[in-house]
Design a protein around this ligand. Structure first.
Ligand SMILES: NC(=O)c1ccc[n+]([C@@H]2O[C@H](COP(=O)([O-])OP(=O)(O)OC[C@H]3O[C@@H](n4cnc5c(N)ncnc54)[C@H](OP(=O)(O)O)[C@@H]3O)[C@@H](O)[C@H]2O)c1
Length: 172
C-alpha cells in the first residue's frame, strides 16, 4: 500500500522485521525510510522519520506498533485498520490500543477497511495497478511455496514468523 502512497506523491515510511526486509523496503520498493521493528525503538524511529507527525497510518499489525503510531499522529490523521497480525495468536486476550486519546487530541480517525467492500472497483484497481507494474513503478513480489493443500498449516505459519518475503502463495 505505501508503494501506492509513493506513486501518489506522499513521503512513505515502512516498518518491517529485520535488516534484509528493511533494505528491500527502501531499495526495491523505493520508500523514503524503513524502521526495523525487531531491532529498533519504533516510537523513537517514528519521531526521527516523521518530525511533523503521521498523516496516514496503514495498519496490518496492531499491538505495540499501532500504539507507537498513535503517539505520533499529525492533526487530522487517518488510521486505516487493515489487519492486526501481532494479535491473532493472543491467548490472553487481544491488546487494544492504549494511546487512543491521541485520536481526540489530534482530531484523528481510525477506520476498518475490508477489501471485499471494494469488489465493484477491482477491475479499475487491476487496470491501474497493472499499468504501474508494467511501468516498473509498482513492485509486486510473490513468495511461492510448493506442497499443495497438505502443506497449508505449515505454510500459513510462515506469515507469523515473517519467513515470507512478498505475497505468500501456496502452489496447488
Ligand atoms: N482488511 C482486509 O480486507 C484484509 C485482507 C487480507 C489481509 N488482511 C490483513 O493484512 C495483513 C497482511 O496480510 P498479508 O497476507 O499481506 O501478509 P504479509 O504482510 O505478506 O505477511 C505477514 C507479515 O506480517 C509480519 N508479522 C508477523 N507477525 C508480526 C508481529 N507480531 N508484529 C509485526 N509484524 C508481524 C511478518 O513480516 P516481518 O518479517 O516484517 O515481521 C510477515 O511477513 C494481515 O494483518 C492480514 O490479516 C486484511
Amino acid at each position: 500500500m505505501p508503494q501506492i502512497a509513493k506513486i501518489k506523491g506522499c513521503r512513505a515510511i515502512g516498518i518491517a522485521g529485520g535488516a534484509d526486509k528493511c533494505r528491500l523496503v527502501t531499495g526495491e520498493f523505493g520508500f523514503d525510510a524503513a524502521i526495523d521493528y525487531k531491532h529498533e525503538d519504533v516510537k523513537a524511529a517514528l519521531k526521527q522519520h516523521c518530525p511533523d507527525g503521521i498523516d496516514v497510518y496503514f495498519d496490518n499489525v496492531g499491538g505495540e506498533i499501532l500504539d507507537a503510531a498513535l503517539a505520533r499522529l499529525a492533526r487530522g490523521a487517518r488510521i486505516v485498520i487493515c489487519g492486526a497480525i501481532s494479535q491473532y495468536n493472543a491467548t490472553a486476550g487481544m491488546k487494544g490500543p492504549s494511546n487512543y486519546m491521541s485520536l481526540l487530541v489530534n482530531r484523528a480517525s481510525m477506520t476498518g477497511m475490508v477489501v471485499f467492500d471494494y469488489a465493484d472497483r477491482y477491475g479499475e484497481a487491476l487496470r491501474e495497478m497493472a499499468g504501474w507494474v508494467a511501468a516498473g513503478r509498482l513492485k509486486a513480489k510473490e513468495d511461492v511455496v510448493a506442497g499443495g493443500v497438505a502443506a497449508f498449516p505449515e505454510v500459513l505459519l510462515r506469515l507469523f514468523s515473517g519467513e515470507n518475503t512478498g505475497k505468500l502463495v501456496l502452489q496447488l
